[in-house]
Structure formats: C-alpha cells, structure tokens
Design a protein around this ligand. Sequence first.
Ligand code: ZN
Length: 246
Amino acid sequence: MRIGVVSDVHGNAVALQEVLIALEDLAVDEVVCLGDVVGYGPHPGLCVDRVKAACSLTVAGNHDRAVAGPAILTRFNPVAAEALRWTAERVGDGEAAWLGSLPEEAAHHGGVLCCHGAPGAPNQYIDTPAEAAAALGRSPQPLALCGHTHVPAAMVLHPGGRGSDDWHPWPEGEPLEIRPEARVLLNPGSVGQPRDGDPRAAYAVLDLEAGAATRYRIEYDIESTQKAMARAGLPTSLIDRLANGR
Ligand code: ZN
C-alpha cells in the first residue's frame, strides 16, 4: 500500500489542489491528513471539502479544534487567533462539526499511527532529535506520522541502535529506507504554510510494501493565495510569510 501524507493545509486550497493532483499522478492508494486543515489561509470551507473527499483518515490539529470550539482561542498568539476568528465565522455548521469530530490521533489500517503534534501529545512540537526519539519511544505503532511544526523531518531507528538518530535531515525526492523491524517517525512538512525556508507545498508518500518513504515539494500559485488573503483582510504577516516559507 502506498499512502500519500499531507499535513497543515491551513486553508490554502491552491496549494492543496497541486498536492492532490501530484499524489494522484503518483497513484497512491490512499491519502491521510495530519491535521490543521484550516486556520491562517483564505479557503477554509473549500479545504474541509477537499480533505473530506480525498483523505481516508484525518486527525485534528490545534487550529481545527479551535474552530470547532473557540473557547481555546486564548492559547494562540494574537495573529493566529485573529485568523481563527475569521475562519470560524466562515465555516458552516457542518464543516465545524466535522472538524470537531476528528480524532486527536488514529492508527491507519496499514499499522501507521497518525497524529498532529506527537504520539500521545497532540500539541507538542517535535523540534529536536531527543524529542523525536522520546516520541517514537511512546508510539504504540512502529511507524508514526506527525505534523504541526511545518518543517519536514524524519527519524529512522533500526534494531541494535542502527539508523538515523537525527531528526531534521530527510533529503527531498530520495526514498528513505524503512526496514520491517524499524521504528520510524516522519513529518511531511506543511502543504499550506511551510516554515523551513522553502515556500513550495510539502507532502510525502509512504510505501509500506517497498519499505520506503519519500518527501516531495511542488510549486503552487502563492500570489493567488496571497491575493485571496488580502481580499479577506487576513493579517499581513501571514500573507508575507508564504512567499519566503518561514
Ligand atoms: Zn499547523
């Protein structure tokens, strides 16, 4: 089974469209979404519809939960909270209910744990090798997928301590070997608001039979999303950051 992995779409339907077309071209069997379907971006309703239609499994991100239950808005920085209030006013009741119904984490039937922040900790940012190793250690599944940081990263641990105990390096386009007994944590990066200095939309493909994971980037019409954000009156800092991927 080949699983397309998307995360942190953040209401950017232009970027999502390019990624879904690319995953179709790669002939994946299924697509999973690691949360933050909405928030920051100008197309929340469209992104909910597209993710619902395209993904066999979606877990909740912190932005999704805030739109479904605005009481937690106080936990966000002012700019994120402003965009979330804008988002909450625009999604319909059905879309908000769907966002509120998403699980915090879920095991895909291929035996892969899908979560937003970290296994057992949906709001945790995994930034360091030590945090990644600890998260892998508490994952009930040997393969775990997470998002939330908007920075692609991988950790592969083979039995006997062999493998990469680093977290950030995961060269684009180069299949990462995953042996059957390995423990693996992968972050595909963000579709709609990358923060690793590369503004292109990020996604990944996990090939369970071949034992390989590959991450990809694809260009999208950033200006189109920025113009839609400007028309919506969303914060300028959120508009500007899309162009530099930070
Ligand atoms: Zn996010």
